[in-house]
Design a binder for this molecule. Structure first.
Ligand code: C6P
Length: 450
């Protein structure tokens, strides 16, 4: 396995830690995996840890008294302590294991917002939020009579804080914001927002799904109140995520899920809860995944979070230059210095009304590049941009400049193929309108995004 050592970052050596990166597609070609924002690949140590758990000490946690359950429980609680150190939390009991960012944010919107919001209270969101940090707040607002307000975006896709004084008032009770947009790549000024929220007595809930895997996060230095992130984007397994909140907040909140393991006492009509984190971990949690998330965090720590960020930033700058120079490619979001390693774009001559996003995705895949095409669970943002979909390349520390070059070539090819097709359709339509009944030989695709 790679060891941290000194700069420069040895990407080829790091790639050898990820077995899947050596795989070939069924056509024998390599795949440039540029879709880490959707889910990251897993290093061998994480895969091995999952196997070790199942082969050597698999048993449910916090239940029973035998060697396997003791060992698994110890591994789980060690992983919790690893998460605590990784994000700079004050206490290990502030780390709640959930199924992912979505569940973490729903836990806050359900357990905090529905309990404490009153009619007329305000939750401040913004159009770049992923649906996971928008829809739960919509439902909480509907249930309580609170209102969602939006921080506008600047033309280049950053939060426009110029009217924040008007937006943040005594009625604001929560600012829900992503630390990094999964489409624009924008990195938001979280500690400034935390300060401004606290100044009016509001709390701040940070969606760290995209930021936590790619840069250092310290919840106390940021002075935030809630943080949500997913294991599968952090080189760990699927099905595991984290909700962090200050202890007093966790104590004040209601649980989202109830059932086994989270209760203190159960009577015929009522029950009492254990303290956090157990209060929010009803039923059998994905304990093997949690243990392996600890391993993933150790792996990231061993590479060095700051070295990872520096390498990804350099790669992202290369990608922005290379892709940004392709004629008629419009890169979404601000300048690269305000962004994480995400590059979303549209190609002007490929009209999404003409080309189904799945066809475009499949085209890139045939060219050996895995990207995501669609609205990326950010419909309000795409509507604001006047788009129904975009193509997104998301980079990680195991990606290379060569892979970015493959993407650039695939974009050039896509312009030729889909651009020509769109031109032909337009010409066919013109001819049909002019009474010449030549029919297009390609059936018009249905419009679609994912
Ligand atoms: N974004 C993407 O391709 P889950 O699915 O719970 O692990 O994460 C939800 C989520 C929340 N916030 C942000 C900023 C996200 O990017 C995501 C997941 C993936 O962009 C899947 S839609």
């Amino acid at each position: 396995m790679t060891t941290s050592g000194e700069l420069p970052f040895d990407v080829e050596s790091v790639r050898r830690d990820f077995p899947i990166l050596a795989r070939r597609l069924s056509n024998g070609a390599p795949l440039a995996y540029l879709d880490t924002a959707a889910s990251s690949q897993k290093p061998r140590v994480v895969i091995d840890k999952v196997v070790e758990c199942y082969e050597q000490y698999n048993a449910n946690v916090h239940r029973g008294f035998h060697e396997f359950t003791d060992r698994m429980t110890t591994e789980l609680e060690n992983a919790r302590a690893t998460v605590q150190r990784f994000i700079g939390a004050k206490e290990v009991d502030e780390i709640v294991f959930t199924s992912g960012t979505t569940m973490s944010l729903n836990t806050v919107a359900h357990g905090w917002a529905r309990k404490f919001l009153k009619p007329g209270d305000e939750v401040l969101v913004n159009p770049m939020e992923h649906h996971a940090n928008l829809v739960p707040w919509q439902l909480a607002a509907k249930a309580t009579g609170a209102v969602l307000k939006y921080i506008p975006l600047t033309d280049d896709g950053r939060l426009d804080l110029s009217h924040l004084d008007q937006l943040l008032t005594a009625r604001t009770k929560m600012v829900a914001v992503t630390a990094m947009s999964n489409v624009l790549g924008t990195i938001n000024p979280i500690s400034e927002l935390a300060q401004r929220a606290h100044d009016v007595g509001a709390l701040i809930c940070v969606d760290g799904a995209q930021s936590v895997p790619h840069g250092s996060t310290n919840v106390r230095a940021l002075n935030i109140d809630f943080l949500a992130f997913s294991g599968h984007k952090l080189y760990g397994p699927t099905g595991i995520g984290v909700l962090w909140a200050r202890k007093e907040l966790l104590e004040s909140m209601d649980p989202l899920l109830t059932g086994g393991n989270m209760v203190n006492e159960v009577f015929e009509q009522t029950s009492t809860w254990k303290p956090a984190p157990a209060k929010f971990e009803a039923g059998t949690i994905p304990f093997v995944e949690a243990v392996a998330l600890g391993t993933a965090i150790d792996y990231v720590g061993m590479l060095g979070v700051d070295r990872i960020s520096a390498y990804e930033h350099e790669l992202s700058a290369y990608a922005h230059k290379k892709i940004g120079e392709i004629p008629s490619v419009r890169v979404l979001g601000p300048k690269v210095e305000y962004k994480g390693a995400i590059l979303s774009f549209v190609v002007d001559e490929i009209n999404p009304d003409d080309v189904h996003s799945h066809d475009l995705s499949a085209f890139y895949e045939r060219k050996g590049v895995a990207v995501r095409v669609g609205h990326h669970c950010t419909m309000p943002l795409h509507r604001l941009l006047g788009l129904t979909s975009s193509t997104r390349a998301s980079l990680a520390f195991y990606n290379t400049k060569g892979e970015v070059d493959c993407l650039a070539e695939a974009i050039m090819d896509s312009k030729n193929v889909f651009g020509a097709e769109a031109k032909r359709r337009r010409s066919d339509a013109r001819k049909a309108r002019a009474g010449k009944t030549e029919q297009p030989d390609v059936a018009p695709p249905t419009r679609g995004t994912s």
